[in-house]
Design a protein. Structure first.
Length: 131
């Protein structure tokens, strides 16, 4: 039964969208989608996965991520988007990710960080922006 699955790994595949996760596996706590063909990530994805604590999207082709939900309450603690093609951090993307402790954006091409990107009182302890 899928509700018992806690860790979900689909590394080294040809996945190009997170849409197929929306109505399944709601109880899992970790998703690993390393080395796929993802080009974008929509944070609305998190509202369908209320127990998710860890996301690894490293080694994809993500050049942007969208954040539309201003009522999103996510318990994600670890988020890895290293080794992608990001060029900027969107405004207020941490706004509702209050439980986030560690975020890894290393080895991207970030050249612009919006003024409010990192403004928010939360539990964030470490952010890696190294190249």
């Amino acid at each position: 039964h899928s509700s018992c699955l806690l860790k979900f790994e689909l590394n080294y595949n040809q996945i190009n969208s997170t849409l197929f996760f929306f109505n399944s596996l709601k109880d899992h706590t970790s998703i690993f989608l390393r080395n796929n063909n993802l080009k974008t990530f929509d944070f609305d994805f998190l509202k369908y996965h209320p127990k998710l604590e860890s996301i690894d999207l490293s080694f994809n082709k993500i050049s942007q991520f969208e954040f539309y939900s201003n009522r999103l309450n996510s318990f994600v603690k670890y988020f890895d988007m290293s080794f992608n093609l990001l060029k900027e951090l969107p405004d207020n993307f941490l706004l509702n990710l209050i439980w986030l402790r560690e975020i890894n954006f290393s080895h991207n091409k970030i050249s612009f960080i919006h003024q409010n990107s990192l403004k928010k009182k939360n539990f964030l302890k470490f952010i890696n922006l190294s190249f």
